[in-house]
Design a protein around this ligand. Structure first.
Ligand code: PRX
Length: 655
């Protein structure tokens, strides 16, 4: 939802009408990991709060000297300390006797399953790390990973971290071009990919995208290919190696490499308002502490829980809350490869029943999709094992919150609506189950130790009841350390709008009780199914097509994906609009960026409304997009729309 936080839009009114509150159940409170006094303890001295946790929770080779060095906007946490992230996520649990505990129950879409214990993980990660070593990977190198949701994905990430190498995971749904751009920006030496994976009952090839990307990636020396589909794929002699052959002949022993607290752990690329994606930098110790501590407190994770974060590891949610946070806590997790509707809309609920899942973390977009199918699907299954539910990625509308609460949580499981970003690394605004009285649609309060504010355009704190821009006013352990290779862009993007504060790019309201209500992005970044996509990238992809002269895209509210992409396209002279061309253009975007960016709607227009300085008036386009019922594609703007566009064209004031 792109919302002007200062002018009330319908989304805000909707949220504000919701006045129901859900106090914690005393029985839950009595057993909860989190307690109300955490807030006070953290407020007394937030650095001391994180210091204590850092000493207690991380196993160090060398203890840190200084908890925080803060040269705004550059932070260093746990300075002087040495650790290994993989040791903390795997080996130390095996040493404590938890080798037989399940780390992942993995479920392939076709129904194949694998059970991976912590001892299995230690062996597999060590072998994979030895294979990477054989291919020349050393501390400080970057490895690109382009895999479906299979166990080799977390294994590959942990193998990198074991060596002190960094990974950059590229979501399997991204195109060859997107993959190549990320590999080149990160200067990755090795790519780990697979022949393909399963999605909606079909085999989805990955290696041919990778091959296409690799025609333009000079830094890549070797490619490791997981044989998931088992029907062969093109292999380049000398460059490509089967994972099975290369990894399986390695020794099961590979000593973890001690690294400094601020060693690069990974880069993860996220959309910005300019065409070039930003390589968000996350480092080792602060990230590990932030993700594992929030995981334990916010999801109330206990040793016997079965925890399922149903995100894809290609996004930050999977990095922090499928891999690093949960593994550092020796949690038993569920990992599912495929789509929620395959073979039918109760696939998730079948998994919850089969594995007695007790904690479920997913996106509002998934909840809305389930809602649309009706409650008969969850009703077919025993969901009584569920005791905590979470959401992430976009604001959850109260209706979806209540549906989740009623039909999935049996009316009793607390819901944690968690706000955070790729950049923040860890959850920052969230209820604490057993502590916080929740309101459907509100992410409630900052996590203990976190300081957030809602400010006006001049950076002044907005009184309760008002709306504005969400900012963070203090550093936190898992915060991004920068944008890869571009410290100036880091400063500009996050720290320049309001001096001394991190501007998240989101609008927010604080109600009379101090609850925070997130209102979506205030810039031109769309939020499609919980993923940020910048308008400029989609526009560039459209203009990349030989028939297109100019394009503007906006987000249109969508009951399932939150926002759907709506493209306005001006054709080059001599080109005729047609359904076939509209389809071709939508496919072109999917090809250039990936299917997630394929416009759901496309309208050919003769003109675009612009300000005198030439900026496209997106607000007007959004009104047009929202105000009309259109089919999947509309090849010709009808006269009324053309009139509206013409009327505003040129005559409009600056936004
Ligand atoms: O607009 C906010 C929205 O998702 C953005 C971050 O997107 P990304 O970096 O892809 O990370 C998504 C998963 C952490 C935010 O700027 N967002 C995320 N969680 C919420 C949310 N909006 C409202 N409520 C949330 N709980």
């Amino acid at each position: 939802m792109s919302v002007d936080p200062v002018q009330s839009r319908p989304e805000i009114e909707n949220l504000m009408l919701e006045s129901r509150t859900f106090p914690p159940d005393p029985a839950f409170t009595a057993q909860a990991n989190a307690t109300a006094d955490l807030y006070e303890e953290a407020e007394r001295d937030y650095v001391a709060f994180w210091e204590k946790l850092g000493r207690e929770r991380i196993t160090w080779y060398t203890p840190f000297r200084t908890t925080l060095e803060w040269n705004l906007p550059f932070a260093k946490w746990f300075v002087g300390g040495e650790l290994n992230v993989t040791y903390n996520c795997v080996d130390r649990h095996v040493e404590r006797g938890l080798g037989d505990k399940v780390a992942y129950h993995w479920i392939g879409e076709p129904g194949d399953t694998r059970t991976i214990t912590y001892a299995d993980l230690q062996r597999e990660v060590s072998k994979a790390a030895n294979a990477l070593k054989e291919l020349g990977v050393r501390k400080g190198d970057v490895v690109a990973i382009y895999l479906p949701m299979i166990p080799e994905l977390p294994i590959a990430m942990l193998a990198c971290a074991r060596l002190g190498a960094a990974h950059t995971v590229v979501f399997g749904g991204f195109s060859a071009e997107a993959l190549a751009g990320r590999i080149n920006d990160a200067r990755a030496r090795v790519l780990i990919t697979a022949d393909g994976g399963w999605r909606r009952g079909k085999k989805v090839g990955l290696k041919h995208h990778a091959d296409e990307a690799l025609t333009d990636t000079p830094s890549i020396e070797h490619v490791l290919v997981v044989n998931r589909l088992r029907d062969g794929c093109h292999m380049v002699e000398g460059r490509d190696h089967w994972w099975g052959e290369t990894v399986n002949r390695q020794s099961e022993h590979c000593p973890p490499v001690p690294v400094e607290s601020e060693q690069l752990l990974y880069l993860l690329y996220t959309s910005g308002t300019t065409a070039k994606p930003k390589g968000i930098v996350h480092t080792s110790a602060g990230y590990l502490l932030g993700t594992s501590y929030t995981h334990e407190m916010i999801f109330d994770v206990k040793p016997n829980d079965v925890y399922w974060c149903a995100a894809d590891i290609g996004w930050v949610t999977g990095h922090s809350y499928i891999v690093y946070g949960p593994l550092a806590n020796a949690t038993t997790g569920v990992m599912y490869e495929g789509a929620p509707d395959t073979p039918d809309w109760d696939r998730w609920w079948q998994i919850v029943e089969d594995y007695r899942v007790s904690i479920l973390y997913c996106a509002p977009t998934a909840i809305r999709a389930f809602m649309k199918q009706g409650e008969s699907y969850p009703a077919k299954h025993d969901l009584s094992s569920l005791r905590v539910l979470g959401t992430v990625g976009e604001p959850i509308n109260p209706e979806a919150w209540l549906w989740y609460h009623t039909y999935i949580g049996g009316g009793k499981a607390p819901i944690v609506d968690t706000w955070w970003q790729t950049e923040t690394g860890m959850i920052l605004i969230t209820p604490l189950p057993g502590v916080t009285t929740t309101k459907p649609g509100s992410a409630t309060f900052p996590f203990p130790g976190i300081a957030a504010d809602v400010v006006d355009a001049e950076g002044r704190s907005v009184p309760r009841g008002g709306g504005g821009y969400l900012v963070l006013t203090r550093p936190w352990p898992a915060m991004l350390r920068g944008i890869h290779g571009d410290p100036e862009r880091y400063r500009q993007t996050y720290w320049s709008r309001f001096p001394g504060m991190y501007f998240a790019g989101d609008g927010a309201k604080r109600d009379e009780d101090g609850y925070l209500w997130l209102l979506g992005r205030v810039d031109d970044v769309m939020n499609v199914a919980g993923h940020r996509i910048s308008t400029i990238e989609v526009e560039s992809a459209l203009v990349d097509h030989r028939s297109v002269a100019e394009a503007a895209v906006v987000g249109k509210s969508d009951e399932v994906t939150g926002q759907a992409i709506f493209a306005f396209v001006i054709l080059k002279a001599g080109q005729e609009p047609s359904d076939a061309l509209a389809l071709q253009l939508r496919e072109h975007v999917a090809y250039v960026i990936g299917p997630i960016a394929r416009p759901k709607y496309l309208m050919f227009v003769p003109d675009l409304p612009k300000t005198r300085s030439g900026k496209i008036m997106r607000r007007l386009l959004r009104d047009i997009a929202e105000g009309r019922t259109l089919g999947d594609t509309t090849t010709l703007a009808d006269a009324a729309v053309v009139d509206v566009i013409r009327e505003h064209s040129g005559a409009a004031e600056e936004e």
